[in-house]
Write a protein that binds this ligand. Structure first.
Ligand SMILES: *[C@@H]1O[C@H](CO)[C@@H](O)[C@H](O)[C@H]1NC(C)=O
Ligand SMILES: *[C@@H]1O[C@H](CO)[C@@H](O)[C@H](O)[C@H]1NC(C)=O
Ligand SMILES: *[C@@H]1O[C@H](CO)[C@@H](O)[C@H](O)[C@H]1NC(C)=O
Length: 528
């Protein structure tokens, strides 16, 4: 089972009639790294279908996700707003992302997604694939956070993400993070049982205490064992449907293990969709946008220690490292023949949050007249860049968050100079540039002396500006001021990932058939 990088297709198909508005097809891949595909210089993986989007449209060399991990990045992508504005930026220790389907937090109803606006404008909308932005609020079935509550008429996909525990090879996220976790848990369990036995006739209190310890250990074990049943599922319009499957046809087909195989599968799937568009005669009326929610996950390993995460090419760092290019700079392509000349390369820094306003602009929808008209949007219209009328980024600054803390600031001083100031660095293991299983934002180190890179000339972040130089002082001062002004303008909103929102709630647990919570899609039967 290849975890964490199942592709995701968010599809918005427009009405082909009337005002000749474009159809919109968004392909968001999970954890795809900057160096994973052919059109981003990977010569050992063949991705002809993805490359065709670059050949026929625009390739962005500096497209940046709003966060270095799924949940906040996707929240920002769909709303064109930094995740802090929705309470989706996450907090400490694992609260960076939604972890259970039975968790109360999620993308708030008050947010307006691209789907919601397009639906209101008469589009037909659907969402296929990974959501990872919450399920229910008060009881299972209210679906308050799901795609259906956010403007999508049809949803078929995973409420969560694909994680190690969902496979059949015995892997688990918990043991990947803490290799001895299960050993300790079993030791505690057997130790407390043994102690209870010995203490039974000596001390009633200690006996019950030991029994309690054993009970808690058993519950933890049960909870983790059930994680697949509780969280690995596909929903159709909010009803639990089936377990996940992997396609065996691509196993062993690449030179890069399971991960490479899934990149090949991804490329095949993109090819199928593109040829269906051509078959329907929609290829030239459709904006096709392909991107990744964050950079490749460097620490991801299989049971045998094989690399199972993406490759970030020349970039430093990876997923969950909010200040590093490898965490946030992602492969991004846009094909739309009426506007974009084939083979366009766009080097100006852009954000994934820009897609939303860009689509509205191409469709001729006046933003002010829509429900997003009343709020701060962080995304910008990219049509001037796409058509070649402009070569500068529409952003003067971009803020690179890790949870609700700005770890780095990007300053587009002019068309040829972009600075990046790092205020934090990931808490790497000594002598390496990675963490154990994943770097946590909360464990990042604040730098006494921030690092500044001329990111256009130094893509790998290896040659910081000399500290104390005139240039260093000037850039630091400007970026600090921009960050402080930006933060002062961010309104406080309820945090969707506090501990109380975060804990598992039985009343929210999706369960298709009692008592085992398992079922099958008759169309795709699984050997479970
Ligand atoms: C191509 O991508 C694979 C899969 O991530 C990676 O292992 C490999 O190093 C990349 N090769 C090149 C030449 O970039
Ligand atoms: C498209 O949207 C309209 C109105 O919202 C709805 O009646 C129709 O069933 C939708 N079509 C599809 C194919 O979803
Ligand atoms: C852009 O900014 C850099 C750094 O301040 C400066 O050296 C350069 O001359 C500027 N370029 C243009 C075209 O203004």
């Amino acid at each position: 089972m290849v975890e964490g990088r199942v592709l995701v297709f968010l599809v918005l198909l427009g009405c082909i009639n009337a005002a000749k508005r474009p159809n919109v097809l968004v392909l968001m891949v999970d954890d795809l790294g900057y160096g994973d595909v052919g059109c981003y210089d990977n010569v050992t993986i063949k991705t002809p279908n993805i490359d065709s989007l670059a050949r026929d449209g625009a390739r962005f060399t500096q497209a940046l996700a709003a966060a270095s991990t799924c949940t906040p990045s996707r929240a920002a992508f769909l709303t064109a707003r930094y995740p802090v504005r929705q309470g989706m930026s996450g907090g400490s220790l694992g609260r960076e992302v939604i972890l259970f389907t039975a968790q109360k937090g999620g993308l708030p109803q008050t947010e307006v997604t691209l789907g919601k606006v397009l639906l209101e404008q008469g589009y037909n909308t659907s969402y296929v694939g990974k959501w990872h932005l919450g399920v229910s609020c008060e009881r299972y079935g209210d679906n308050c956070h799901t795609p259906m509550a956010h403007g999508f008429q049809y949803w078929y996909g995973m409420p969560m993400t694909n994680v190690k525990d969902f496979g059949d090879d015995g892997e688990s996220v918990v043991s990947a993070q803490m290799p001895n976790f299960f050993r300790y848990l079993y030791a505690v369990l057997s130790g407390s049982c043994l102690a209870a036995l010995v203490l039974r006739s000596r001390s009633r209190f200690l006996f019950f205490l030991m029994m309690l310890v054993a009970l808690v250990a058993t519950l933890i074990l049960l909870f983790i064992s059930c994680s697949k049943i509780f969280n690995s599922m596909i929903m159709k319009n909010g009803e639990v449907h089936t377990f996940l499957a992997t396609v065996p046809e691509f196993r062993g087909k690449s030179r890069h293990g399971l991960y490479g195989d899934s990149v090949l599968e991804l490329d095949w799937a993109v090819g199928e969709i593109l040829s269906e568009l051509r078959r329907l005669g929609l290829a030239d009326d459709t904006i096709v946008y392909l991107t990744s929610d964050n950079g490749g996950h460097l620490e991801e390993r299989g049971v045998a220690g094989d690399v199972q995460g993406g490759y970030n090419g020349p970039l430093r760092g990876g997923k969950l490292m909010g200040a590093m290019e490898g965490g946030i700079r992602v492969p991004t392509l846009l094909r739309y023949p009426p506007l974009v000349r084939p083979g366009t390369t766009i080097d100006a820094p852009v954000s994934l949050m820009d897609l939303f306003p860009t689509v509205l602009s191409v469709a001729g929808i006046d933003m002010k007249s829509t429900p997003v008209g009343d709020r701060t949007l962080d995304g910008r219209d990219l049509t001037p860049l796409l058509t070649g009328r402009a070569d500068r980024s529409p952003h003067e600054f971009l803020f690179h968050y890790c949870t609700d803390v700005v770890h780095a600031v990007r300053w587009m001083e002019n068309a040829s100079t972009t600075w990046k100031v790092q205020f934090y660095l990931p808490n790497w293991l000594p002598g390496t540039e990675r963490c154990h299983f994943a770097c946590l934002c909360s464990e990042a180190r604040r730098l006494e002396t921030p690092l500044i890179y001329n990111i256009q000339q130094d893509i790998s972040e290896r040659r910081p500006l000399p500290v104390g130089s005139e240039q260093y002082r000037r850039v630091l001062e400007r970026c600090q001021r921009a960050r402080d002004e930006h933060l002062a303008g961010v309104e406080a909103v309820p945090d969707q990932l506090t501990w109380s929102q975060f804990i598992w709630r039985p009343s929210l647990q999706p369960c298709c058939t009692l008592p085992y919570c398992t079922c099958e899609d008759p169309k795709y039967p699984q050997p479970y």
